[in-house]
Write a protein that binds this ligand. Structure first.
Ligand code: SF4
Ligand code: SF4
Length: 433
């Protein structure tokens, strides 16, 4: 990967733009769409309350510990954006607020070190990610994981034990070995597309990435996995590390923009949301603003792309009762709701059952479930009630983070439901065909 290691520091980031803050008319119509407000019933943990606090900071109030707490407890799920009749762009406001907080905050050294390791090294280096994935695999394959769980040792580990439930599974062989390759279209080539493989997904969702490539091939796509691609920077943006995210964005633009692609594709809604917003992230960079806007225009979620072309219908039945969990960053962030449902409806033999509150966050939200574990688990418990009410035995979604969170939900509150990505069901139907 061409990106050099970077320090995890942010200086001179501005808060939300005044024009964005001014759009909110404080009507409160977004309140019921907000998972933290629904849970706590506290105005300062609602979208309106958070915007009110941002306005106060913009007017000169100090960035207080209480302000930081309320902003950090936000999932950045953008459910409020969909509910707002005034078109308030809450997502970019909370990202800017976090970047501003990061500029002013001097974190304790342990926290600085952890952030440096995760955001500055782990997410950016294939070698480090591969090594972490191998260790994770050894923990699983050696039987240590089963032993730790069966002996109840996780309880002794307290918080760390609870978080272990959310850890991804390593899936060797990792997808890193496919980066740089080109996969031919099956039959006539109709499109040439680039596939962004993610960072952690190369280790933890290698089979999903392979399935995505196969489904695209089945639909007449020549699939290129650009060699110099890297982490998209979504987790950096959510953590307020916008300078780091900009460096990653420039790297991905250089890696994928000039390949003559009809589309640049991701299977991760959380990444897609940020990849589509590169134009905004780099709007003040004279060298990259135009290229970033062009990159954003080419970006497509895999479900959005497939639902927009003439779908290959050569599929065999998949006999399953399936419900769909909207990923926040697909439904609210990218306004893509019907595409995944359209694809599920195209699979013969599949029975679809809508769950109640399908577009409410599952509590995953990037690494929110790690940082704000208690709230995330309460939100997950309610989500699993909705899953149960649907009567489905399979839950399809469109984001690896949601898959991990829902898998933890099944272990804690479910009935053995299977959690899959929409493209994995398509892949199953094509392979059977
Ligand atoms: S964000 Fe939108 S819906 Fe919520 S209070 Fe402001 S204007 Fe009303
Ligand atoms: S982004 Fe989600 S959690 Fe944050 S204020 Fe909006 S609805 Fe609430």
């Amino acid at each position: 990967m061409a990106v050099s290691k970077m320090t995890v520091t942010e200086k001179h980031e501005h808060g939300p733009k005044q024009a964005d803050l001014d759009r909110c008319v404080h009507c409160g119509l977004c309140l019921n769409a907000c998972p933290t407000y629904r849970d706590l019933g506290v105005e300062m943990d609602s979208p309106r309350g958070r915007i009110y606090q941002m306005v106060q900071v913009a007017d000169g109030a100090p960035i207080s510990p209480s302000y930081i707490e309320h902003i950090e407890l936000c999932l950045a799920c953008r459910g409020c954006e969909s509910a707002c009749p005034s078109g308030v762009q809450y997502g970019r406001m909370v990202e800017a607020a976090r970047a501003e907080i990061e500029s002013h905050l001097e974190r304790p050294w342990k926290s600085r070190l952890a952030r440096r390791l995760i955001f500055g090294h782990l997410l950016q280096s294939r070698v480090t990610l591969g090594a972490a994935g191998t260790l994770l695999y050894l923990y699983e394959a050696s039987g240590l994981k089963r032993l730790v769980r069966s002996m109840g040792l996780l309880k002794l580990l307290g918080k760390a034990g609870e978080l272990e439930q959310l850890a991804p599974q390593a899936e060797p062989p990792f997808f890193f070995s496919q980066i740089g390759k080109t996969f031919p279209a099956r039959g006539e080539r109709r499109y040439r597309v680039a596939f962004m493989a993610g960072c952690i997904a190369n280790v933890a969702f290698a089979r999903l990435n392979e399935a995505t490539v196969r489904v695209l091939q089945q639909n007449g796509c020549e699939v290129v996995i650009p060699k110099e691609q890297g982490c998209c920077g979504a987790l950096h943006v959510h953590a307020g590390l916008r300078a780091d995210a900009r460096k990653l964005a420039r790297n991905n633009i250089d890696a994928a923009l000039n390949g003559g692609f009809d589309a640049i594709i991701t299977n991760a809604a959380g990444c897609g949301s940020t990849l589509k917003e590169y134009g905004e992230l780099l709007e003040e960079d004279p060298d990259y603003a135009g290229k970033a806007a062009q990159f954003s225009r080419l970006m497509k979620d895999v479900t959005e792309f497939l639902a927009g072309i003439e779908l290959n219908r050569d599929m065999r039945p998949v006999a399953a009762t399936v419900t769909y969990q909207d990923s926040c960053h697909l439904a609210h962030g990218q306004r893509v709701r019907s595409a995944p449902r359209k694809l599920l409806a195209a699979i013969p033999g599949l029975t679809f059952r809508e769950m109640p509150f399908a577009d409410q966050c599952c509590g995953s939200a990037g690494i929110y479930n790690v940082l704000q574990n208690e709230m995330a688990m309460r939100i997950l418990e309610r989500k699993m009630e909705s899953v149960g009410a649907s009567g489905a035995s399979v839950v399809a979604t469109a984001n690896p983070g949601c898959i991990l969170q829902l898998q933890a939900g099944v272990r804690m509150h479910g009935n053995g439901q299977k959690i899959v990505h929409v493209v994995e069901l398509l892949d199953q139907a094509y392979r059977a065909g």
